[in-house]
Ligand binder design. Structure first.
Ligand SMILES: [Zn+2]
Length: 254
């Protein structure tokens, strides 16, 4: 898909910036939006960043966003925002309030993460919805001035929120690269990789023991310099064998 992503508003403190509550909308639209862009690009989609950081006014910001969005044909335009003004949860605005699949899925996915589902709403009066050529939606992730929304948002992290939106608009499953949970397959692969890195241990005077090391090891055992553990395991690495043999050649054990 060709997807235009807008991190809503200008940066904080500039004309056109977002609402400030417990968190700052301008900062969080970028935290979520830029991660969303990366996830979509990694999943093979063509992503156009339609973010305008600096403008002289709100209307200049909005027209700059629309210019970037309409500069190429898009399958979907998504503007990321955070709400304010007393309320809780997620809502998505579309042209005419059309409940297209991506918009409904964003509400459902964010609801599944714990946000209240305020649904898909009439957004034709919103500049970026009205003026973009592509199918468009404006996502209000949650409320910057709701303590419970902000707590949940912080608990989840911007990456998880971005991944949920990406899954909603593409239908593809996103592997959260920041997650510390490994799948069983990932665990098995990692385990065999680590096992491969483990040094070979020579415990006994058997066929595994390199021929060149045997006389020295035998000598050290005879002299009770090497006695092994309580089960008689020598626990020698290749490096240790080399050092013993070199010392033996230097006649340190004679
Ligand atoms: Zn906003």
């Amino acid at each position: 898909m060709k997807i235009g992503i807008n991190c809503g508003h200008t940066v904080s403190g500039i004309p056109g910036c977002g609402a400030v509550g417990i968190i700052d909308e301008s900062e969080e639209t970028r935290n979520v939006g830029l991660k969303l862009e990366k996830i979509l690009a990694d999943a093979g989609h063509t992503v156009y960043d339609c973010t305008n950081d600096y403008a002289n006014s709100t209307s200049a910001n909005l027209s700059a966003i629309v210019r970037m969005a309409n500069a190429q044909p898009l399958d979907l335009f998504v503007s990321i925002h955070f709400n304010s003004g007393g309320g809780k949860g997620t809502e998505v605005f579309t042209y005419g309030g059309t409940k297209h699949a991506e918009a409904v899925a964003v509400c459902d996915k964010l609801h599944a993460l714990g946000f209240a589902n305020r649904g898909v709403k009439y957004g034709s009066s919103l500049y970026v919805i009205r003026h973009t050529d592509a199918k468009a939606m404006l996502v209000e992730v949650c409320f910057v001035d709701s303590a419970s929304d902000v707590d949940l948002y912080h608990k989840l992290g911007a990456e998880t929120v971005a991944a949920a939106i990406a899954e909603a608009i593409t239908g593809q499953t996103v592997i959260n690269t920041e997650s510390e949970e490994l799948t069983v397959t990932q665990y098995e692969e990692l385990k065999s990789e680590i096992d491969g890195l483990k040094p070979m241990i020579y415990d006994y005077m058997d066929d595994n023991m390199p021929e060149w090391a045997k006389p020295t090891v035998q000598k050290l055992m005879d002299k009770h310099i090497l006695v092994g553990d309580d089960k008689g395991r020598l626990g020698l690495t290749m490096d240790m064998l080399r050092i013993f043999v070199a010392n033996d050649r230097a006649k340190l054990y004679d």
